[in-house]
Design a binder for this molecule. Structure first.
Ligand SMILES: Cc1cc2nc3c(=O)[nH]c(=O)nc-3n(C[C@H](O)[C@H](O)[C@H](O)COP(=O)(O)O)c2cc1C
Length: 163
């Protein structure tokens, strides 16, 4: 079995969870996607919300992500305006070799994940993958051992060979 975690994180919460999963599950590759869009500090929050709400994509690094060799793909994103971010949307669009793969998603948020799960499901299925579950983590629980163990369990149970 092998797992590929693909995540976007601006302030570190989603990165923290992604790294925790990677450290707990052997044979895991972890890929951070960075958003290359530039916003002024004054308008950044509004522009990010507007882009997320409209389900925009953005320019990301890396520009292509090959996932042919993995059994499970895990996407991680912050919640922006009740949805996953444009960078993780762009990452899903940037995949090669993803058709028919099993995929799950997690998101960190400040208390209102809103339509994040259904939006992830739509994007994942839109690329021909099987959507196999979603977990949301409140930012206040990022350092909570029980919640972290819960996320690892969620990922392990989605690995095809674990079933
Ligand atoms: C532009 C923006 C929009 C956000 N919108 C929401 C939201 O709709 N609901 C929510 O619960 N938290 C929202 N948040 C809070 C983030 O989802 C939360 O802080 C998340 O853990 C950040 O992840 P990161 O540290 O990996 O970037 C928003 C934060 C930003 C910057």
């Amino acid at each position: 079995m092998s797992v590929c975690i693909i995540y976007h994180s601006e302030t570190g919460n989603t990165r923290h969870i992604a790294q925790h999963i990677a450290s707990a599950i052997p044979d895991t590759r972890i890929i951070e996607v960075t958003d290359k869009a530039e916003h002024s500090r004054v308008t950044r929050f509004l522009m990010q919300c507007k882009a997320a709400m409209s389900e925009d994509t953005t320019t990301i690094e890396p520009a292509q992500i090959a996932v042919r060799d993995y059994d499970l793909i895990v996407f991680g994103s912050p919640v922006w305006a009740f949805k996953p971010t444009p960078a993780i949307h762009a990452a899903i669009q940037a995949l090669t070799g993803c058709e028919k793969k099993r995929a799950i998603a997690f998101a960190t948020h400040g208390g209102k994940p809103g339509k994040t799960e259904e939006t992830f499901k739509k994007w994942i299925e839109g690329r021909g993958m099987q959507f196999a579950g979603f977990k949301d983590i409140n930012q206040k629980d990022i350092e909570d051992d029980t919640k972290n163990a819960d996320v690892v369990k969620f990922v392990k149970e989605a690995i095809p060979s674990y079933l």
